[in-house]
Every structure is written in structure tokens, then in C-alpha cells.
Design a protein. Structure first.
Length: 109
């Protein structure tokens, strides 16, 4: 009988989720879209500290992942809005639970 234990491996899907959602700003942007569509400027105001270039980069990344869609209303005036896809909306319960857990367990910085 060996004293060695089996290594505890984290589920690869969970690793992928945290790699993606843990990337700076991704979770915050998704959380900002929980209440419905938002323009780029609304997101920039809502995600304090993010630069325009990083916000643009993250929105492209979230779109490619199938979590956010970009909608262009030809106007006039032309208006662009971002909204959660069905896959993005599927994160709602998890994001809400993380918010509740954080409020109860993490100190306010």
C-alpha cells in the first residue's frame, strides 16, 4: 500500500471557464450586460478603469466565444449595442451566485 495520494485534478471544463472568465474585465463586462443591451460608451462608464482599446478587444473576444453579440442600428444616427447571447445569459445564475458569495465572504477593498 502506497502513502502517495492520487493527484487532485480540476475538471478541464472548470479550468477553461476560469481561464476565460478570470481574464481581466471579461466577467465584469458580462456582469454589466446582465440588465440588457448597452452601448460601448455605457460599458466604458460601467466598467471603471478599462481603456477603450481593452474594452474593444474584450468585446471582440466575448463575441468570438459566443457570449456577446454586437448589433448595429443604421439609424440615423448609427448606434452600436452589445447584448448577451443565450450562452451569455446561461451565465446569469453563476454570476449572481458569485456576487452573493463575494458580498458575504470577501472584504471590500
Amino acid at each position: 500500500m502506497s502513502d502517495e495520494h492520487e493527484p487532485r485534478l480540476c475538471d478541464s471544463a472548470l479550468v477553461r471557464a476560469f481561464d476565460f472568465l478570470g481574464k481581466r474585465w471579461n466577467g465584469i463586462i458580462l456582469g454589466s450586460l446582465l440588465n440588457g443591451p448597452a452601448s460601448f460608451s455605457e460599458l466604458r462608464r460601467g466598467v471603471v478603469g478599462i481603456s477603450d482599446s481593452v474594452l474593444s478587444e474584450r468585446l471582440v473576444e466575448l463575441s468570438r466565444a459566443g457570449l456577446v453579440t454586437r448589433r448595429v442600428d443604421e439609424g440615423p444616427p448609427v448606434a452600436v449595442s452589445y447584448t448577451l447571447t443565450d450562452a451569455g445569459l446561461g451565465l446569469l445564475p453563476a454570476l449572481r451566485e458569485l456576487t452573493v458569495w463575494s458580498s458575504a465572504n470577501l472584504p471590500v477593498a
